[in-house]
Design a protein around this ligand. Structure first.
Ligand SMILES: *Cc1c(COP(=O)(O)O)cnc(C)c1O
Length: 379
């Protein structure tokens, strides 16, 4: 029944062999920059490629300051601390996400609250957040508290699922009225835009990942972006062991981290960022072809919402029900076309099963229907 579909994938990716979900594309200055990095001996925690990468990212994300970090997860951990998350606080997030989003909350000894997503964006629903806060929120002088637990809700952490931006204006409005700062988990949305502005530039802080499976990679790496220069400077300070400036002594008065991105990884990242607009164009072209093809087959290929531009990092379709989903996964993988279901919900994981949550109605609907399909850049 899916024969035509499998032929389409093989045709489009021009192969009869295994088709992966997403592989990196090294078609620019990668080797040149890596070689010059090695020749310089500056392969470790400082170097010109780190500075270049940070400037490049600020240009791309239209933010005042970028801090390069060792990976996206570490970036999220620090970002939450930067906006004031402390031990025993709570952070509002979505259950439909990759585990790193929620782990970053737990690393701060804080508690996640799982709120529903919107059906169209698959990301945190401003309306569901507001409904939750209307029921459980209490505004005090120093912020918002959860009436049912007595704990402070000190951040909101939306995630732009597969590169589709959440409804940012609405979410910002809700969070502002409840005095809750936003950290955007933009790990999957490098190059995505909401109302002509990049994701990762709307929240107090944004966080990107440059892991090997993302749209651009540094091998492993991440970036913290912000328009608040004070927060930006503090991000640099905390991720570089919180060392006080001194001509020769080691002075550390605060618990910092060694979360620096090595120069050699930054070299790779710089070469990748130079090709970002090309990657985006290739992916958006593939998305257009998928859209036409799946429409003909009467299947639901997920597209960007109005007012947004998605990077189409991982493309996906929505099946009729779980049975159809399972069949699709079985047939395609058997034919060596890699497809994967969306993540298992965070509220089902052993570490997070007792966390507070709302009804997660849309979250559960999408969990049983969304499947990722091959999405690599095609040259
Ligand atoms: C990839 C990813 C991360 C983590 O990034 P790493 O660089 O792999 O640590 C965080 N959140 C989401 C949603 C991701 O997809």
């Amino acid at each position: 029944m899916y024969n035509e579909l499998i032929s389409f994938f093989k045709d489009r990716f021009d192969t009869n062999e295994f088709i992966p979900l997403h592989i990196p594309c090294f078609n620019g200055n990668e080797k040149k920059y890596l070689e010059s990095c090695i020749d310089s001996t500056y392969v470790s925690s400082v170097g010109p490629f780190v500075d270049k990468f940070e400037e490049f990212m600020s240009l791309i994300t239209k933010t005042k300051k970028t801090v390069a970090v060792v990976n996206g997860t570490a970036g999220l951990q620090v970002a939450l601390r930067l906006v004031g998350v402390e031990k025993d606080n709570e952070v509002i997030t979505q259950a439909l996400t990759f585990v790193a989003t929620v782990n970053a909350i737990a690393y701060n000894n804080a508690h996640p609250i799982f709120i529903d997503v919107d059906l169209d964006t698959m990301g945190l629903s401003p309306r569901a957040v507001n409904d939750f806060l209307e029921e459980f929120g209490e505004l005090r002088e120093d912020g918002c508290y959860n009436k049912s637990t007595g704990r402070k809700i000190s951040a909101c952490l939306p995630m732009h699922t597969f590169g589709f931006p959440v409804h940012l204006d609405e979410l910002i409005k809700v969070c502002n009225s409840w005095k809750i700062p936003i950290v955007e988990d933009a790990a999957e949305s490098l190059g995505s835009e909401y109302k002509n502005k990049p994701t990762g530039s709307y929240g107090e802080v944004g966080v990107f990942s440059f892991n090997g499976n993302k749209i651009a990679t540094s091998g492993g790496g991440g970036a913290i972006t912000t328009n608040n220069t004070q927060i930006g400077e503090r991000a640099k300070f905390l991720t570089t062991t919180a060392k006080e400036p001194h001509p020769y002594e080691y002075v550390h008065n605060e618990l910092g981290y060694n979360f620096r991105m090595p120069n050699i990884n930054a070299a790779l990242a710089c070469a990748q960022l130079e090709q970002l607009s090309h990657f985006l164009e290739s992916k958006r072209n593939l998305a257009k072809e998928y859209q036409v093809f799946f429409k003909k087959k009467g299947m639901n290929f997920r597209t960007e919402t109005s007012d947004t531009k998605a990077n189409y990092w991982l493309m996906c379709i929505e099946l009729e029900n779980k049975k159809e989903r399972d069949l699709f996964l079985k047939v395609t993988n058997k034919a060596h076309v890699m497809t994967r279901p969306i993540w298992q919900l965070m509220n089902k994981l052993a570490m997070y099963k007792d966390c507070q949550k709302d009804k997660l109605f849309n979250t559960r609907f999408l969990e049983s229907r969304i499947v990722n399909i091959p999405s690599s850049v095609i040259l």
